[in-house]
Design a protein around this ligand. Structure first.
Ligand code: NAD
Length: 349
């Protein structure tokens, strides 16, 4: 199958592209603007692979998007490209509206023109998968879970821009008949995660003996899914999801931020016993404005309809993630040099 993946040089996109090409044998065109969040090393192993090509283009560039689609003739589009960091959306919301809203419209328009020109038989199997976040649903009370029926209540510029993009994707299905699927997923962790986000930031700070800054009281809860479980969930939705439907994907691993940082410290104590105990590095810093208290996913629909379920166990896969960063300094060193060590950066997404 020929699959166009936007944002394939980012964190989740690279895990997805590697899975599609290496494990499933699909042909993939990665369309990516190579913003600060992209790391060319993430897909370097595919450089000479005939089943992969990289097109460096902005999803807001209508002509470039149309040219990439016309050239590659995808049988499916998996749309992940986005500005993704909540803290950045607070200081520069315009970039989020541009990429996440206008860019999604441009991708939907490009996919629609392509879809309408397909033969009837090819129309039956074409899919546009729009990848989104659980943050569009806002903050949950203690013990509650999001479902596909939860009301949209975005509270940051990031989540508001993603909510707008979700509505556009559904509208292109209802209005123009584009075979759209939408996924909303919880917090991801794993290899190749840009070190402004909570887990990689803490790993690299711990590695360098720096403080581990935790927002507020550290009791904000997130539902953690390993990025490879997410990538497999996206494939399950693409292959078996019902057109026009939304699927929530989560890791069934709700933890508060402090518990996550303590689990990281425990992993470090095991992997680098000569440097511990690492918990003494934890320090609490002023909370982020509008910091949502709890996100948690009920992914029963995806589990029962698609036969997918998250496979990784949080604490064990977290330790594997720490080990990945210890072994892959060449991936993160160029990014880390002089930049994302600040106390106010990247404590949760
Ligand atoms: P990321 O920031 O790591 O990667 C984003 C990628 O998109 C980068 O490669 C970047 O270069 C590219 N990009 C940004 N603007 C672009 C533009 N204008 N044109 C083309 N490419 C552009 O993000 P991620 O964490 O991998 O998230 C991928 C998607 O999954 C996003 O849509 C995000 O909203 C969604 N999501 C993320 C999480 C998470 O925990 N990270 C959870 C749920 C959903």
């Amino acid at each position: 199958m020929r699959i166009l993946v936007t944002g394939g040089c980012g964190f989740i996109g690279s895990a997805l592209v590697l899975h599609l090409v290496n494990d499933l044998g699909h042909e993939v065109c990665t369309l990516d603007a190579m913003t600060y969040a992209a790391n060319p090393i993430s897909l370097a192993s595919l450089t000479d692979n005939p089943r992969h090509r990289l097109v460096e283009a902005d999803i807001c560039d209508r002509a470039a998007v149309q040219a990439a689609i016309a050239d590659f003739k995808p049988q499916a589009v998996m749309h992940l490209a986005a500005e993704s960091h909540v803290d950045r959306s607070i200081t520069d919301p315009g970039a989020f509206v541009r990429t996440n809203v206008i860019g999604t419209q441009t991708m939907l328009d490009g996919a629609r023109a392509h879809y309408e020109a397909l033969l009837e038989a090819d129309k039956k199997t074409f899919r546009f998968l729009h990848v989104s976040t659980d943050e569009v649903y806002g903050s949950l009370p203690p013990g509650a879970f999001f479902t596909e029926e939860s009301r949209y209540d975005p509270r940051s510029p990031y989540s508001a821009s993603k909510a707008a993009s979700d509505h556009l994707a559904r509208a292109w299905h209802e209005t123009y008949g584009l075979p759209v699927l939408v996924t909303n997923c919880s917090n991801n962790y794993g290899p190749r995660h840009f070190p402004e986000k909570l887990i990689p930031l803490m790993i690299l700070n711990a590695l360098e003996g720096k403080k581990l800054p935790v927002y507020g009281d550290g009791l904000n809860e997130r539902d953690w899914i390993h990025v490879e479980d997410h990538a497999k969930g996206l494939v399950a939705v693409l292959e078996r999801g019902r057109v026009g439907n939304t699927y929530l994907l989560g890791g069934r691993a709700v933890r508060n931020n402090l518990a996550v940082v303590k689990a990281l410290c425990a992993a470090f104590d095991r992997l680098r016993p000569d440097h511990g105990p690492h918990e003494q590095l934890i320090s609490f810093v002023t909370d982020r404005p509008g910091h949502d208290r709890r996100y948690a996913i009920d992914c029963t629909k995806a589990e029962t309809e698609l036969g997918w379920r998250p496979q990784k166990t949080f604490e064990q896969a977290l330790e594997e993630t720490v080990a990945w960063y210890l072994e892959n300094e060449s991936w993160w060193r160029p990014i880390r040099e002089g930049r994302y060590t600040g106390e106010r950066l990247g404590l949760t997404r």
